[in-house]
Design a protein around this ligand. Sequence first.
Ligand SMILES: [Zn+2]
Length: 326
Amino acid sequence: MKLALIGSAVDPAIGGVLVFGDRGTGKSTAVRAFAALLPPMRAVIGCRYACDPALPDVWCEDCRARTQNSPLKSRLVPVPVVDMPLGVTEDRVVGALDLERALSQGIKAFEPGLLARANRGFLYIDEVNLLEDHLVDLLIDVAASGENLVEREGLSVRHPARFVLIGSGNPEEGELRPQLLDRFGLSVEVRTPTELDQRVEVIKRRDEFERNNAAFVAKWKKQDDALRRRIVAGRLRLAGMEVPDAVLESAARLCMQLGTDGLRAELTLIRAARALASFEQAAAVAVTHLRRVAAPALRHRLRRDPLDESGSTVRVEKAVQEAFGP
Ligand SMILES: [Zn+2]
């Protein structure tokens, strides 16, 4: 899960992360801790979508209009990680007519929703498998296009909404439709630890955190800062990171062996491997990077095989060994 989140921070184009697993294994905790770990971003002051002053091509209409009078001022702000509550209405997600202003002043104004707040950051949906399918569809579409188009109640608003979708859930409470599954970039399984030492360590840290939050944060600050610097360095490395043809061939061979539909699997596999290689400051993407991201990039794209009842992660690992050797 950590590898998948870091990969998405280095290259948001990987397409989001799905985290499935047992309750109480720290899925939400990891996402929230991750938010605090991200480097701050520069945003236009007063913009409801936190536009990036350096990217005028993707500015919202407000910023475009305002820049004609005077240059835009900006400041550093934390990367938004927006929680999507279960049972949320579509209006609150996409935004809607500001009813109060419409009634009191007769002005048709747009009240931005969660998608606006999530722009340039992360949108986190706990229990994504319990969310209505049409909402999940909508979120994936907006995340892929980077733009939210609202047309209702006589309003027509278009605003930037580039974000990484992170969904978590417990498969025992319901599955996600296969059509939705494969639209997430990465998918990871989180299981209850079965080793004694590991369980003790988790309990220790959790207890320490609860008893003295500030001291715990201070104790880990050095590691957090180091990780943040590596993410920033990985982003800078990404643009120049080469993927040799031999690695592309290996990725395609692996996907053929697993019989994944379409080419989304290869594309995600390559993107994830490139993000990992960049994060680790490698000279170029190698098969070792492919191997390490193969399970999260491919396990949710397999067709059910009635002759093979082993889990999808096991199937991917088997195919990796057949393709690349032990
Ligand atoms: Zn703006």
